[in-house]
Design a binder for this molecule. Sequence first.
Ligand SMILES: Cc1cc2nc3c(=O)[nH]c(=O)nc-3n(C[C@H](O)[C@H](O)[C@H](O)COP(=O)(O)OP(=O)(O)OC[C@H]3O[C@@H](n4cnc5c(N)ncnc54)[C@H](O)[C@@H]3O)c2cc1C
Length: 434
Amino acid sequence: MTPESWGRIPRLRPAAVVPLHWAEPAALAGRAAPILAHGLGRSYGDACLNEGGTLLLTRGLDRFLALDEAAGTLTCEAGVSLAEILTLVVPRGWFLPVVPGTQHVTVGGAIANDVHGKNHHRAGTFGGQVRWLELLRSTGEVLRCSPDGNRELFAATVGGLGLTGLVLRAGLSLRRIATTRVAAESLPLRDLSEFFAGSAESDQRFEYTVAWIDCLASGARLGRGILHRGNHAAGPGPLAWRSGSRLSVPFELPFSPLGRLTLGAFNALYHAAHRGAGARAVEARGFFFPLDGVARWNRIYGRAGFFQFQCQVPPPAAPEALRALLATIARSGQGSFLAVLKNFGAAPSPGLLSFPREGTTLALDFPDRGERTARLFRELHAVVADHRGRIYSAKDAHMSPAQFAAQHREALPAFRAQVDPAFSSSLWRRVTGG
Ligand SMILES: Cc1cc2nc3c(=O)[nH]c(=O)nc-3n(C[C@H](O)[C@H](O)[C@H](O)COP(=O)(O)OP(=O)(O)OC[C@H]3O[C@@H](n4cnc5c(N)ncnc54)[C@H](O)[C@@H]3O)c2cc1C
């Protein structure tokens, strides 16, 4: 089967697909350029695709190499998934300091997109937890990179879209937990102003905060939703991890069942179910990875697939920009049941092209309805550009070359100097023409 991204579109065929086994310096020998690594395909759009090139499947780089409990560090190969790490370390009382909304991503993928989690305001990005990494270049050289050694290459590789070479291994920081329970609360939000007020207050007291927004609500209810917040609970308590899903979507549907009526009903039900859910202890797995409960949920969008939109807007402009974005989405009637709103903190990201920056981020899915959807993305991108915001490359297959150049203007020359000439991706060619 041709490797896909999570949105299942665009459908772009590589010329060669090469499964790798364990990390070794000969992994790139004889591979035809352009080359790109492909982890678990959890990025959307074309970030993990390489039309006409060589796609290296990294899941075979799957060895754990060292767990140093005195130092709180783990060394593993880059194809190991965060789910596998949690399965190993949670029963010993450790957790990953930064996790995205799914545990089914590889270490290499988490580094290449410098992923963020619900605690960005406290912990920054995944790249900040990478003590060092080993990078295989197409010359056959293996370079150890860290914030202290080969610094420029480290900064280009973290958030570097897989373009600086193949990450073979990494040394990661871990953090202590006493139990897998999370002390969680859900606050109903009547409108967008309640999101900004609720987030500001919650970010002071809670390590993890994220809001779910009903994208069909408009007028006085624009931005209505639920703010989820939580802290790792104090122990003692259970310390177990289960990474599998109980449910799965077994095949793709010939059409997307997610019309305006079904979305509206889902949103109303969800809102009612969480209204006023006060303090409670919940399992970490459901709190951090609610979508992992249903395996292959990306199939519910039908054969046409779906796109994701994710942007960030800096603080002074954020309320106005979010109002304009949500109003545009509500008017279009195309939004999904998944709209996530979160404030990023001020910690600088370690990667030259890392997406997170202080401000507010909005993410949601759109079933592909052809030109109607493309037009909506153009409108949303115009709002983002007007407010000096940025688009997440790993999520958005519509970003224009002009937007990419504008949002990375300062970092691009230093980044290009570190790109491995044999590496490229469909995303890179689309946004740079190179
Ligand atoms: C349900 C869901 C929730 C998500 N939530 C979040 C979130 O909260 N925050 C967030 O930031 N992201 C989130 N994401 C996106 C996801 O975390 C990233 O796209 C991540 O990079 C995917 O990792 P992967 O292993 O699947 O990599 P792939 O998607 O296969 O590849 C992504 C990039 O990594 C590169 N790459 C992979 N392995 C290597 C390697 N060994 N060496 C060099 N480059 C490599 C690829 O070339 C590509 O450029 C979410 C995705 C889903 C599906």
